[in-house]
Design a binder for this molecule. Structure first.
Ligand code: IMP
Length: 431
């Protein structure tokens, strides 16, 4: 397999960082294709912890090309800071190792301000619980054809015209929210100052990746967030503003859909969610607390406590379908160690009827009651297991039942944050 897409199959935070890092050793190119610095990917390599938000995980491995594709929204000031942080940790970043698509839209300070102002102004029930990073407003400007893109930074006259176009939209909007007008000259000066530090990495990514593909190089597409936060197929409107599902890998860098050979879905052995929105299997009790504590469920980007609940097989079956997932990587199985009984959601009850998927209408989603199947837990530790023989019979039974219910095989099983604590069933990059 030449090209592998990694996507989160729940609401994000499934443990993609470790798996992407594990696979990136075998890849030549690692590409981000959606999202922005709302993501938080933690990598633990030889005990050293790297926290990445917008840089592809490949940057921490020498000799790889890391790519930020046009599907990403890029905050240039954040980018420069993140590069400085990882450089301080000894990571080599140059224009040979990092490329940014010229058609990537830029997140401006006004996007973050708008994001936060809207959240503050939202009434109960309408708040999204965003990361406040300006992701939504930037994607709105992209679709509204008024975004400033990386290539615009190269020409002062174009940049000024783009700023004026954006402000024509933003100033009236800000006025309505009681925010001050944007200082045009200051914004232009800020952009002009940061421009060289971004342009250093600018490249026609679509062209470079197509050449790499023709040369037989292996491309790893690194998804951020999770399929249930997808703008089309997630729990709308409590979603992020990009397509998160695997199909976005193609449009988010400019490569044909036929170039994708394997889609690996990352699936946590239970469920978590940050921010607002429906969560049928959420636990508000001691079991939920226990999952959160054992699983260290706090957001990498915002530090917020994640909501926790039982594994929802109906939802993952759905995301396996919408992303065309070939195989999954099941993560954090060890967090379930010591539970006497485990529950798996197999479908929902809605107004007396049984459904095997979560309906689209928000009011129906809110009324769906999970239908559970109970399984025996295990008392032994699975932490650090590296082969099936290291797992108790009840844990194997749980994994097999997950596979059956989601109708997708397990390719990898991750049993700790350490990269080698992984049980390999199928190598997504194997021919
Ligand atoms: P936004 O992406 O900042 O607009 O936030 C929209 C929703 O997506 C909120 O519920 C966030 O908590 C959630 N979200 C965004 N990025 C991540 C992530 O990397 N992991 C988990 N949830 C995320």
């Amino acid at each position: 397999m030449a090209n592998v897409v990694v996507v989160g199959a729940q609401w994000g935070d499934e443990g993609k960082g470790k798996i992407v890092d594990w696979l990136s050793e075998r890849a030549d190119v690692i590409a981000r294709f959606q999202g922005g610095h709302n993501a938080g990917h933690t990598l633990v390599i030889d005990g050293k912890v790297y926290k990445l938000h917008v840089l592809p995980s490949g940057v921490v491995r020498g000799g790889k090309l890391s790519v930020i594709g046009n599907g990403v929204v890029l905050d240039p000031w954040h980018l420069v800071k993140e590069i400085a942080t990882v450089r301080e940790q000894g990571v080599d970043i140059s224009k040979e190792t990092l490329m940014i698509a010229e058609n990537t839209p830029l997140i401006l300070p006004i996007h973050g301000e708008l994001d936060r102002a809207r959240e503050e102004a939202a009434s109960k029930g309408t708040k999204i619980g965003t990361t406040g990073r300006g992701i939504g407003p930037c994607y709105e400007d992209k679709v509204g054809r008024r975004a400033i893109r990386v290539a615009d930074l190269a020409d002062p006259a174009t940049l000024e015209a783009r700023v004026d176009r954006a402000l024509q939209h933003h100033n009236p909007l800000r006025k309505g929210l009681g925010m001050p007008e944007v200082n045009r000259e200051e914004l232009i000066a800020q952009l002009a100052e940061i421009a060289p530090q971004v342009l250093e990495f600018a490249a026609p990514v679509w062209k470079v990746l197509n050449e790499k593909r023709k040369a037989g190089k292996r491309i790893l597409f690194e998804g951020a967030q999770g399929a249930l936060l997808d703008i089309d197929f997630g729990t709308y409107p409590f979603v992020t503003s990009s397509n998160v599902i695997a199909g976005q890998a193609a449009t988010g860098v400019g490569i044909g859909p036929g170039s994708i050979d394997y889609v690996l879905g990352i699936v946590k052995a239970y469920t978590t969610r940050v921010g607002e929105g429906p969560f049928p299997t959420e636990l508000d009790d001691a079991d939920g607390e226990r999952l959160g504590t054992r699983g260290h469920e706090f957001g990498t980007t915002t530090g917020r406590k994640r909501r926790c609940g039982w594994f929802d097989a109906a939802l993952v079956r759905q995301t396996c379908a919408t992303s065309g997932i070939t195989g999954i990587s099941l993560t954090k199985l060890d967090v379930l160690d010591g539970f006497e009984t485990l529950k798996i959601c197999v479908g929902y009850e809605l107004d007396g009827e049984r459904l095997d998927y979560l309906p689209t209408a928000a009011d129906q989603q809110a009324r769906c009651k999970p239908i559970y199947e109970e399984m025996d837990g295990w008392s032994e530790s699975t932490e650090g297991a590296r082969s099936w023989n290291d797992l108790p019979a009840a844990a194997i039974k749980y994994v097999k039942r997950v596979e059956e219910l989601i109708e997708c095989p397990v390719a990898l099983l991750s049993t700790s944050p350490e990269r080698d604590d992984t049980i390999l069933v199928t190598d997504p990059f194997a021919d």
